[in-house]
Design a protein around this ligand. Structure first.
Ligand code: MOS
Length: 751
């Protein structure tokens, strides 16, 4: 077991401000689009203004003649862009497989049909606006009524073929039919669009057959592999660099077509090309959470024991791709129930390809199942927390494995105490404060916990500094700081003497910044790399002529606080590693380390997940139909928390996003044009700081050693899971209205 914050001096578990904070607020952090190169050109895509049909004529003549314009690229002149395909493991992943400009068919509004390239952004924009397209236009299908298309039992998805019957035990249908208490409801989560502050974009430059890309990517190695395929290059000819990311929320996990356009333009014109998409394009062509319709059926005994759970859901997908919003991810293990069935279908729409958005699958899934549980509690006149206690499983009943670490009931207990849940009176509208009607609601959370494979290197250098390198990314979550904490833990070198290098395919292969898995994944790699660097230092010390350690055996030496020492003499007599290196005329020693992945392990010993719960208070003023989230208590069981400051920040952000999910966010497609019509930050309303109530985040801090030696799991996404269900329950408690289609709108509450 590793020492933690309980051990004086350990950086693990210490509230550590993020290293990148000052760089970002002073403008020193270089985001992808901050990179400039001599002679660089600017590209602006032309968007289709229909959502279904064909281009019959593309008139670029006027645009080509405009000042500063270098080219207007389209299907006829862009050159070869190949398709990419899935590889083994996490390789070759994209949500929009069709290369840009591959044919003249238009399948969603905003699909790129041409690319204007010019000396300045303004000239490129003017030229893009001057391109005229004529279409053979068909009526788009953006219907919000989702009925599963006829698909086989096993369907392709973004990752791998997946069975539509996701999980089954007992006979859920039969048990439902004979259950004394039944609930059968349908819940809808609308299309939601990620809106990271940093727009997506690419700076692409070629040097002969070597391609360098600056991109705000959540996965530089996957992007490298996809681009290598699309441009017919060996992987080592492509370098992807992502130093800072202004958030991603999943929209930057997998490559999008604008990136290939920038690369093709740079190839064609022999100059570096910068392409940054507009906010409107962010709603069209870089993914969104698809609309999901979920029917949940619960059967129970009168005293609240679940006897049957069925979840049947449908998400919409694009015309060509195969996105599956995995709403059944958490359902099979969340509760004890002998009869369970989870199945899904999809239906095609003229929409841009959906993709992962914060907590993909489990977030909309738990909204539905946790809402159903709350409704069942009301039906049974049982407290909703009590209902969860009654149905807490002893093991993961879907796979018959013990949980590595599950403390969900303690989350409810701690959260309930902090919130004052025992004072809740269940009758609608029965609680008041300062002239406001109060509504209290609760919801449970779960999220995957696993490791992706990861490599890392650690260098000890002759100036007393340490360098840690890993080709993962920091998407604003604190990864730079976490890696420094890990290296400091192993070497005893203070954080301000540790340099962390991330976001570059020239570094050891690191995991995608996805699934909230980075922290859990990199711990073994960084620790092993540090151990190996220290082992190298020891060998150096023993072989350097005249060294004080020349007569020692390896196991007589120890390393602590940045010093090498003979165990028998104690650390006080130790030699700083910088001196050991200088004496040997070495600038540095390097150690490499590796984490094996556990994600998708075919023979796991444990069911590994993170858990949590939310208690939410809303205030309601019926006179003016004013609904606000008044306060939130969230308790998270995510293993050992390496950096409680960054961790809390992640969960607070999720809670604010959850308020938006519950009350504000929805992308609306115009049935006539098929355009997402609220495609800007004024009309797509999200929760912001002013909407944030007091948020009390508490971590249980039980280490989960099934994940790594520190017991640390990740925490990016779990804070959003189950939150909307807590809000809609609170809304019902205050108003008596059950809203089953998000977001809750004022008109829903006007009766
Ligand atoms: Mo997260 S949707 O895995 O970036």
């Amino acid at each position: 077991m590793e020492p933690t914050s309980d051990t004086p001096g350990s950086p693990i578990g210490r509230r550590t401000p993020r290293w990148d904070g000052p760089l970002k607020v002073t403008g020193k952090a270089q985001y992808a689009s901050d990179f400039h190169f001599p002679g660089m050109l600017y590209a602006v895509p032309v968007e289709a203004t229909i959502a279904n049909g064909r281009i019959t004529k593309l008139d670029t003549a006027a645009a080509e003649k405009m000042p500063g314009v270098r080219a207007v690229l389209h299907r006829g002149n862009i050159g070869k862009i190949f398709r990419s395909t899935l590889g083994a493991g996490f390789e070759g992943i994209v949500d929009e497989r069709r290369p840009p400009f591959a044919d003249d068919d238009i399948r969603y509004y905003g699909q790129y049909i041409a690319l204007a390239v010019a000396d300045t952004f303004e000239s490129a924009k003017a030229a893009a606006d001057a391109v005229r397209a004529t279409y053979d236009k068909q009526k788009p299908n953006v219907s919000t009524e989702l009925v599963a298309d006829d698909e086989p039992d096993e369907v392709p998805t973004t990752f791998a073929p997946t069975k539509r019957l996701q999980s089954e035990r007992g006979n859920a249908e039969k048990a439902f039919a004979s259950a004394p208490v039944k609930l059968d409801q349908t819940y809808v989560v609308p299309a939601e669009t990620h809106n990271p502050i940093e727009l997506q974009g690419t700076v692409a430059s070629w040097d002969g057959s070597m391609l360098t890309i600056y991109e705000e990517s959540q996965g530089v190695f996957n992007l490298q592999g996809v681009l290598a395929q699309m441009f017919g290059l060996p992987k080592e000819n492509v370098r992807v660099i992502t130093k800072f990311v202004g958030s991603g929320f999943g929209s930057k996990l997998w490559p999008w077509t604008h990136c290939a356009l920038a690369v093709a333009a740079a190839r064609q014109l022999g100059k570096p090309v910068k392409l940054v998409i507009s906010r409107r394009m962010m709603f069209q062509s870089v993914g969104h959470r698809p609309r999901v319709q979920q029917r949940v059926r619960l059967g129970a005994t009168p005293d609240g024991q679940l006897v049957s759970l069925q979840q049947d859901y449908v998400n919409d997908q694009a015309m060509l791709d195969s996105y599956h919003e995995d709403c059944g991810e958490a359902t099979p293990f969340m509760y004890s129930v002998p009869n369970l069935r989870v199945a899904f279908g999809r239906t095609r729409r003229n929409i841009g390809p959906p993709t992962a958005m914060r907590g993909p699958g489990a977030v909309p899934g738990l909204y539905a199942t946790e809402s159903a549980l709350n409704e069942l509690a009301a039906q049974l006149k049982i407290d909703p927390v009590r209902l969860r206690v009654l149905n807490e499983p002893k093991i993961d009943e879907s796979v018959g494995l013990p949980f590595s670490s599950r403390h969900l009931l303690e989350c409810y207990q701690v959260g309930g105490e902090k919130f004052g849940w025992s004072k809740r009176t269940p009758e609608v509208g029965s609680m008041k404060r300062d002239g406001l009607t109060l509504g209290w609601g609760v919801g449970g959370a779960a999220w995957i916990a696993a490791r992706f494979p990861a490599d890392a290197s650690v260098q000890l250098r002759d100036d007393g500094t340490v360098r840690v390198a890993c080709g993962t990314q920091d998407i604003g979550t604190g990864t730079y700081t976490i890696l420094a904490q890990l290296a400091s833990q192993k070497t005893g070198v203070p954080l301000d003497k540790i340099e962390v290098v991330l976001g570059d395919t020239s570094l050891p292969v690191g995991p995608i910044s996805g699934g909230s898995l980075v922290t859990g994944s990199v711990v073994p790699a960084v620790f092993a790399a540090a151990d190996n660097a220290i082992a190298s230092l020891r060998s150096v010390a023993m072989t350097t002529p005249g060294s004080a350690f020349a007569k020692s055996k390896p196991d007589e030496l120890a390393f602590e606080g940045g010093r090498l020492f003979v165990k028998a003499d104690g650390p006080a007599k130790g030699v700083p590693f910088a001196s050991v290196l200088s004496a040997a005329h070495l600038r540095l020693v390097t150690g490499n380390g590796k984490s094996e992945g556990t994600f998708g392990d075919p023979a796991p010993k444990f069911s590994t997940h993170s858990f949590g719960c939310h208690f939410v208070e809303v205030t309601w003023q019926p006179e003016i139909a004013r609904l606000r989230v008044g306060r939130v208590v969230t308790v998270i069981d995510a293993g050992r928390i390496v950096n409680p400051l960054a961790g809390r920040n992640q969960v607070e952000g999720s809670v604010v996003m959850g308020i938006g999910m519950a009350l504000l966010e929805h992308t609306t497609y115009d049935p006539q044009s098929g355009a997402p019509i609220n495609s800007n930050l004024a009309d797509y309303v999200m929760a912001v700081n002013a909407d944030a109530p007091p948020i009390d985040v508490h971590f249980l801090d039980y280490p989960d050693y099934a994940i790594n030696v520190l017991g640390a799991r990740g925490i990016g996404e779990i804070g959003l899971a189950g939150f909307a269900a807590a809000v809609t329950e609170a809304v019902h408690h205050a108003t008596g209205v059950r809203v089953r289609e998000l977001p809750v709108k004022i008109e829903d509450l006007l009766g």
